[in-house]
Design a protein around this ligand. Structure first.
Ligand code: GAP
Length: 595
């Protein structure tokens, strides 16, 4: 990973934010190559998710929204991580990320330094791993007690009191770095707060969005009205999100400012599908279920989106073997989620399983979120989030009474479960759920949703990790040397083609090369380079991940025979293979290779 991080800085993919002031933890900037890479992958996502589909439209909403949005979504109350602090160093950790450790705990009841008039009665303990000398625990404890007196120089003079030892297994109460006791876990809300307007007050408090999804729910009705869509359909959005992560780590993987690409795909509740189609199709086998069908319920739609997203990643160069489809266990699911599949990428820093295989880290979550989100916004805003479904209205009266009752009871049960979970009193929840079920029979319901939610920065990092390669290639004198190259898929490579005149000091070559550059530029990102030996120029582009290089040489000028006039060499980054091509065919050939 260190080599990748160093290449990112050296070649201008990623810089630390505010580096000249020592940096700011959890914030990253994209340099010239990184900015192009990010733009390419976002374009690929946008094209795939909306422009190439009839059933998804886009949205571009604000980062700061009405604070009630975050009350409705539950972020103000539940978007929190448990944090703990090291009692010695004050370093903060996420409690759920502490690696369990075993060993002997040395506990002390307090400490005293008589000459200095210092006495403290406070319990403190240190965990020692197997083989560590007990004096290490005592030294750490003395440091801790000296710090509590704000007199670090006292440490050597302190006498510890009430020493006891105890064996512990798999404890997460101690700092894995120094064995010091941690504080009890406290919840820490991850939303960044700000103030809207000139007065800093509670009423003016707003939040930087921690996800882009909520704006989609808030604009659901407006978008539906103007887009002439009907359920099933989706709204997608990409943009910045902010989370005050307790422990940003693994380069850009967990940042405090990042970008998301999210789709909310709205579907009929299963009871409506059953009423219209007679039954709900069940997933028959793993893999892509094919073209969407009217009788799909949430399970098939969920499977469909997991497979669509996996295909997207493969299409931009992440091999299937580098991805993991992780089904969240029931106890890991959010309370409203019916199923969530995390798509993981095997980053070099991922943990390994017992066989030594990389387990992967989350790139994207594909969640079946029921009708939770729109229902919450309906309750908090007082605005109906229901849709009218003509086909449901027409189908309902044709159902047998028994079937109508069955569907009504099931729908009513699900609505009541949601309402009581959200704190509605039993009679009110029963009444509201009955009304919802009566509305279903008239063709109205709150749509359910499938949410594929991906992170731009994590994907950029995965693409960088996946592209990084070293091989052996001959230098100027034919001697083999290590070559660093970024094997980006041409679709997302920051620069698609580099144009080189063979020699800088031959005006005819330079003139022709500039003509070729200008010919290609309207179609592709082109980098023109005339500085240095041609071999060095190739290497520079290999490191930038440029998949193709076009060299203008003396054959191009017709000096080696008329049949080669106006032809160039096209070099492929990965194989270093060179082929000759007429300039007139370049645009078509490169467009084909980078599409
Ligand atoms: N609307 C659902 C949602 O936001 P999430 O799993 O919290 O779900 C979705 O976030 C994606 O956003 C993640 O899979 C990840 O790619 C990205 N993401 C989340 N937190 C991040 C962070 N601190 N830094 C970088 N990317 C992050």
């Amino acid at each position: 990973m260190e080599r990748i991080v160093s290449l990112c800085k050296r070649r201008g993919f990623i810089f630390q934010s505010s580096e000249i002031y020592g940096g700011i933890n959890g914030f990253w900037d994209y340099g010239p190559l990184g900015a192009e890479l990010k733009r390419n992958l976002k374009d690929a996502w946008w094209r795939t998710m909306t422009q190439r589909r009839d059933d998804v439209v886009g949205l571009d909403a604000t980062i700061i929204m009405h604070p009630k949005i975050w009350h409705a979504s539950g972020h103000t109350t539940t978007f929190a991580d448990p944090m703990v602090d090291c009692l010695l160093t004050k370093k903060r950790f996420r409690a759920d990320q502490i690696e369990p450790s075993s060993g002997i705990v040395y506990s002390f009841a307090g400490a005293e330094a008589r000459d200095a008039g210092f006495k403290v009665e406070r319990a403190y303990s240190v965990l020692l791993q197997k083989g560590e000398h007990p004096d290490r625990a005592r030294k750490t404890a003395r440091l801790y007690y000296a710090q509590t007196a704000n007199q670090p120089t006292l440490a050597d003079k302190i006498e510890l009191q009430g020493e006891k030892t105890e064996k512990v297994e798999n404890s997460t109460r101690f700092n894995p770095e120094n064995g010091s006791l941690l504080t009890e876990p406290r919840l820490f809300n991850l939303m960044f707060k700000t103030c809207v307007g000139p007065v800093e007050s509670e009423e003016n408090t707003a939040y930087l969005r921690p996800e882009t999804a909520q704006a989609i729910f808030a604009q659901f009705k407006n978008t539906l009205e103007v887009s002439r869509q009907k359920v099933p359909f989706g709204i997608c959005q990409m943009g910045k999100a902010f989370r005050n992560e307790i422990n940003p780590r693994n380069f850009t993987f967990r940042s405090r400012e990042f970008e998301q690409m999210e789709l909310e795909f709205f579907i009929r509740p299963d009871e409506a599908v059953e009423a219209i189609c007679g039954s709900v199709a069940q997933p028959a086998q793993p893999g892509h279920p094919g073209q969407p069908q009217a009788n799909w319920g949430w399970q098939l739609w969920h499977q469909y989106w997991v497979e669509e997203r996996l295909a997207f990643y493969e299409g931009i160069g992440l091999p299937r073997t580098s991805l993991v489809e992780y089904w969240q266990k029931p106890e890991e699911l959010a309370h409203y989620a019916r199923a969530t599949v995390d798509i993981l990428y095997k980053f070099p820093f991922s943990k390994r399983d017992e066989k030594g295989e990389l387990m992967g880290e989350e790139l994207e979550g594909v969640a079946a979120r029921s009708d939770f989100d729109l229902s919450q916004h309906q309750r908090f805003s007082g605005k109906a989030m229901t849709v009218f479904d003509e086909e449901l209205k027409a189908a309902w009266p044709k159902l047998e009474e028994k079937r109508q009752q069955e569907l009504t009871e099931r729908y009513c049960g699900a609505r009541k479960k949601y309402l009581t979970k959200m704190g509605e009193e039993e009679p009110a929840a029963e009444k509201a759920a009955r009304e919802d079920a009566a509305n279903l029979a008239r063709g109205y319901y709150v749509p359910h949703v499938i949410e594929p939610s991906a992170g731009v920065d994590r994907l950029a990092l995965a693409l960088i990790c996946n592209a990084y390669a070293e091989d052996q290639a001959p230098d100027e004198k034919g001697k083999m040397e290590t070559r660093i190259l970024m094997r980006f898929h041409p679709r997302i490579a920051p620069i698609k083609v580099a144009v080189f005149p063979l020699l800088k000091n031959k005006p005819e070559l330079v003139k022709k090369a500039l003509e070729v550059r200008d010919l290609l530029r309207p179609h592709l990102t082109v980098f023109y380079d005339e500085a240095g030996a041609i071999g060095r120029r190739y290497r520079r582009q290999d490191e930038a991940g440029t998949p193709f290089g076009v060299t203008i040489d003396f054959e191009t000028l017709g000096e080696k025979g008329p049949e080669l006039k106006d032809t160039v060499t096209l070099r492929e980054r990965d194989t270093m293979k060179q082929t000759r091509l007429p300039i007139s065919g370049l645009v078509a050939a490169l467009a084909e290779k980078t599409r």
